[in-house]
Design a protein around this ligand. Structure first.
Ligand SMILES: [Zn+2]
Length: 550
């Protein structure tokens, strides 16, 4: 009896100490070596580029080598992704990014943040992708509206040599704004920084991790100047308790976060050169550009509760620069020594690559006549192909009108069946559909400038839902959707990021507050429009003299 009482007392004492004393998993005065590897914004690039750059097969070799090196020094590795695995390469898109997720399993990813492009497909596809993946998809700030429940795990816990490491996931609250509205009817994106504050508190109270990291998909904006975007990693780090996260593994802005000076990124970071990550409020912020072009490597030493960054590097994955010689010939030269491709990864991915290529030949729709995309036409006159492409952009963005330079149209489509490959020949550059909301006054100024672009140049504009008579540098009888333009009304214009950022000499609109980069690749937008509107009737897209120059 006496003995039992003592046992109960000890158990009570143990329970008391677990909750009220500072309980750490780590050993006093022991140095733990923890290496965090990271990538982000993979966007379907499971396969190497046409120049042999990046791809998961080389990434696997690189990561395996680092794992061996770190293990030999008694350390441990954690491999994180800042999200946006989906969308950008047709061979991946056509297979719902299955090769990408299965490839990430083989590389050995531990967790990823949910990115905005994970919602380019319906939620059912994203759930399937979670099933393919051996690692968790994390986001603390995405909720189902109808139930008030989180749609993803807010965090994951990892044990590395007895050290307890928590990884929180967060997703930009711009997601619903820039994505396909029909996928967000019952999904709510709460403020990531506010959610992070809650989750960090909860973790500290219930799990008491030794280290907390965040894998985020929110963007890195110098000095927190996020413009028309939702707030990103810098703003969040500043709002949290100092040093409450050891590091933010970011994504979304698709930059190498390598600082030139305080609060200022290097503008043209050169692969293979030193990279100083950002640090805000005692929290490191990293990002590894995009597409698996780099693997970021952060070597930490953890001792007595402190996580110290001892070395950081962005490792290029077979990136090449174009070198042009005096005789006019050019070649692509590696920045850093060649990383061979892992054979096991190649045998996993090759069948997917072949299947993806074959699917490009599959019919996506039909057309009853010739769609004119020839260089001798699209740079001189309005064409039905111009109208078709711009109609697809307007359909995706709910825009009132659309504009693009004719030089962006590279091929025609003949009457009959249309394949994805045909569409990719028309729009081969992988430009991104964007939109901007402007007043009628701003629209008039914009269209007046664009209408000055001369025929017989790539800049010659194609218009949809716009009519005018241009004379002496002015636009007379300017109409949008057949209605005279109202200087005080707000109009939405769709175009490509190429023109929006000043390409072909078009006015910059990417600095306007109503500017949104949707992230949707032009050819994919056109392909889906063809699928949904086939059989296409060429007459519906035929120009009828809406715009003229006198
Ligand atoms: Zn993104």
């Amino acid at each position: 009896m006496k003995c039992l009482k003592r046992g109960v007392a000890l158990a009570i004492l143990a329970a008391w100490s677990l909750t009220s004393l500072q309980v750490q998993a780590y050993e006093q005065d022991k140095t733990y070596k923890i290496t965090i590897l990271h990538t982000n914004d993979h966007h379907g690039h499971f396969w190497r580029s046409e120049y042999g750059e990046y791809g998961l097969a080389a990434q696997k070799t690189l990561v395996d080598g680092i794992r061996r090196e770190v293990a030999a020094e008694g350390g441990s590795v954690l491999l994180l992704s800042g999200g946006d695995i989906n969308t950008g390469v047709p061979e991946s898109d056509l297979q719902d990014a299955e090769p990408d997720f299965r490839g990430m399993n083989l590389v050995g990813y531990d967790a990823m943040a949910v990115g905005n492009h994970e919602f380019d497909n319906p939620l059912s596809v994203l759930r399937q992708q979670e099933k393919w993946s051996k690692f968790p998809f994390l986001s603390a700030n995405i909720y189902q509206k109808s139930t008030g429940e989180r749609l993803f795990k807010p965090w994951a816990l990892f044990n590395r040599q007895g050290l307890k490491i928590a990884v929180i996931g967060l997703t930009t609250d711009d997601t619903a704004k820039i994505g396909n509205p029909e996928n967000f009817t019952d999904i709510e994106f709460r403020n990531p920084a506010a959610e992070a504050t809650l989750v960090i508190q909860e973790l500290q109270q219930t799990q008491k991790p030794d280290v907390i990291l965040a894998a985020t998909h929110m963007g890195h904006y110098d000095n927190g100047n996020h413009g028309s975007n939702a707030a990103g990693d810098v703003e969040m780090a500043r709002s949290l308790p100092a040093g409450s996260l050891a590091m933010i593994v970011g994504g979304h802005s698709q930059d190498p976060v390598c600082m030139a000076s305080e609060n200022k990124k290097q503008v043209d970071y050169v692969p293979g050169t030193p990279c100083a990550p950002d640090k805000q409020n005692g929290i490191w912020i990293v990002q590894a550009h995009e597409w698996g072009k780099y693997v970021g490597r952060a070597d930490f030493e953890f001792r007595n509760g402190e996580m110290k960054l001892v070395h950081y590097q962005l490792i290029p994955v077979n990136l090449k620069k174009k070198v042009t010689y005096d005789n006019g010939q050019s070649e692509r030269v590696l920045y850093t020594p060649q990383i061979p491709e892992n054979p096991q990864m190649l045998s996993l991915l090759t069948p997917f690559q072949n299947k993806g290529k074959a699917q490009l030949e599959v019919k996506v729709g039909d057309v009853n006549g010739h769609l004119e995309g020839d260089r001798s036409k699209v740079r001189f006159v309005q064409t039905n192909m111009g109208h078709l492409i711009l109609s697809a952009q307007m359909a995706r963005t709910n825009a009132d009108f659309a504009v693009m330079s004719g030089g962006g149209i590279r091929d025609s489509i003949e009457a009959g069946k249309i394949t994805y490959k045909d569409v990719l020949k028309v729009q081969p550059f992988g430009n991104v559909v964007v939109y901007v909301d402007m007043t009628g006054k701003e629209v008039t100024d914009y269209l007046t400038a664009v209408a000055q672009m001369k025929p017989d140049s790539g800049a010659y504009p194609q218009f949809a839902n716009v009519s005018f008579v241009a004379k002496g540098g002015q636009l007379n009888d300017l109409k949008i959707k057949d209605e005279p333009i109202d200087p005080n009304k707000t109009y939405r214009m769709a175009t490509l990021n190429f023109n929006a950022t000043g390409g072909d000499g078009y006015p910059h609109i990417d600095n306007k507050p109503g500017y949104v980069n949707t992230g949707f690749i032009d050819a994919e937008v056109l392909k889906q429009y063809v699928e949904q509107n086939s059989p296409l009737d060429v007459n519906a897209y035929e120009p009828k003299g809406e715009v003229s120059w006198q």
